[in-house]
Design a protein around this ligand. Structure first.
Ligand code: 7TS
Length: 424
């Protein structure tokens, strides 16, 4: 497929980028693949695939265990990835970067451990109405364990946080108020996976901090599109998945501020997270290993380090600028489809566009688009409460990455128009 999008900056050429993704040469039902499901998982550049397979081919061994050469090399490669990630998110210390299997695991760690440390009967955890289930259910479980309550920031019609009730000193709706006495934890997404909204996390974190509230950010949809500086954000914990940022599946990170991580109890017990074990008592390893029980996904972590270096080579801001062009084009063109409504119309968005079409079920549309080689996600996107907020059972979602083109957007819009005619 030829690519029509002009390079956005000198540092960025979509043609050059596309050439690095082997999967983009695949045909789906005989048609060139148009991959618009990057919010579910992004595709991987050759460099990442090679880094992962090179580990297995040349230095495969367990980490932090053997004195033998391979184990040393594997350990060095894994720890080099930790430093790449530290630098990328501007954490102060390398031991503030904990490897997990993904955002879901990071959030379960955070909710379990912070629950043990902070929550007691009558306390509150505040999340927002646009959270992914991974940033709802672990907190619900923690609240159940400790007798705390889950409170929710409402979402406006455009798909943004409605912070007015929180700000009012005379807030009558206690369901949405920040309370110095009761709120212990604020857990919010940086970017909504369903709406694409970029949330003003820094501002809310600053307000929470004034009240001594611990802040946790779900950065799953931010890491591939925004420059992340955890010190500038001021958050206590920040979670993301490697596979949504051009890295391997089964990898993730939980960043934590040293002083808080020191106080947090471990989530999982087992090998590697201990200092000494007797049948009577176990003492735990230093950070970050206290939170990394068992053998990690070493190959994946090395691949994640390479994915981060790859993104840095191409400059995230240039990628985001390109994706914004795709978003604007898709928004304008899709709105010309009869009966189409976009869910999520915030001013500040990443390249995610969710829509519903009158008289057309999202599942049927997704199936017909697939016949044309176009991969989109359909359904509730693991945000069922948000679907309820917008009174829809699901949406069709196109989510862009730096390798997508304006021409691909046109292919999708054309195929959507055709599908609507068939389905009505
Ligand atoms: N939080 C957000 C905001 C997400 O978008 C996702 C995954 C997760 C947490 C969980 O990440 P995981 O890597 O542990 O699965 N979101 C999506 C999605 O939008 N479509 O498929 C997965």
């Amino acid at each position: 497929m030829s690519t029509k999008a002009a390079p956005v900056t000198n540092a960025f050429s979509v043609e050059e980028i596309r050439a690095q993704f082997p999967i983009l040469k695949e045909l789906i039902h005989g048609k060139p693949l148009v991959y618009f499901d990057n919010a579910a998982t992004s595709q991987k550049p050759r460099r990442v695939i090679k880094a992962e397979s090179a580990y297995y081919a040349t230095i495969n061994a367990n980490v932090h265990r053997g004195v033998h050469t391979l184990s040393t090399k594997a350990t060095e490669a894994q720890e080099a990835a930790r430093e790449i990630i530290r630098r990328h998110i501007n954490a102060k210390h390398v031991h503030e970067v904990i490897f997990t299997s993904g955002t879901t695991a990071s959030m379960n760690l955070a909710a379990f451990s912070l629950g043990q440390l902070l929550l007691k009967k009558g306390d509150e955890v505040l999340i927002s109405g646009m959270e992914h289930h991974a940033n709802i259910v672990p907190w619900q479980m923690a609240c159940e364990r400790h007798g705390a309550k889950l409170k929710v920031i409402p979402v406006t019609d455009s798909g943004e946080w409605d912070l007015k009730p929180q700000r009012r000193s005379d807030a009558t709706d206690s369901a949405t108020s920040f309370s110095a006495e009761r709120t212990r934890i604020l857990a919010i997404s940086h970017v909504s996976n369903t709406l694409g909204t970029i949330n003003p996390v820094k501002k809310l974190i600053a307000e929470a901090k004034k009240l001594g509230i611990i802040t946790v950010v779900d950065g799953a949809q931010a890491i591939a599109h925004l420059d992340i500086d955890v010190q500038d954000l001021g958050c206590d914990l920040y979670a993301f998945s490697g596979h949504k940022a051009y890295g391997p599946t089964g990898t993730g990170v939980l960043y934590g501020r040293e002083e808080l991580l020191e106080r947090m109890p471990p989530w999982q017990g087992g090998g590697e997270m201990i200092d000494t074990v007797t049948f009577e008592k176990t003492t735990y390893a230093k950070l970050p290993f206290k939170f990394e029980a068992g053998t990690p996904h070493i190959a994946g972590i090395i691949g994640l380090g390479e994915a981060i270096r790859w993104m840095e080579d191409y400059d995230k801001a240039s990628m985001a600028a390109h994706e914004h062009i795709l978003l604007e084009h898709a928004t304008k063109e899709l709105l010309t489809v009869d009966g189409l409504r976009i869910i999520g119309t915030a001013k500040n968005k990443v390249g995610v566009i969710s829509f519903v079409i009158e008289g057309v079920h999202h599942y049927d549309l997704g199936t017909l688009l697939d016949q044309q080689g176009i991969a989109v996600r359909t359904g509730h996107h693991c945000t069922q409460p948000l679907m309820e907020r917008f009174s829809v059972s699901g949406t069709t979602r196109a989510s862009f990455a730096c390798f997508n083109t304006v021409e691909e957007v046109e292919v999708m819009v054309g195929a959507t128009r055709k599908a609507v005619k068939m389905l009505r």
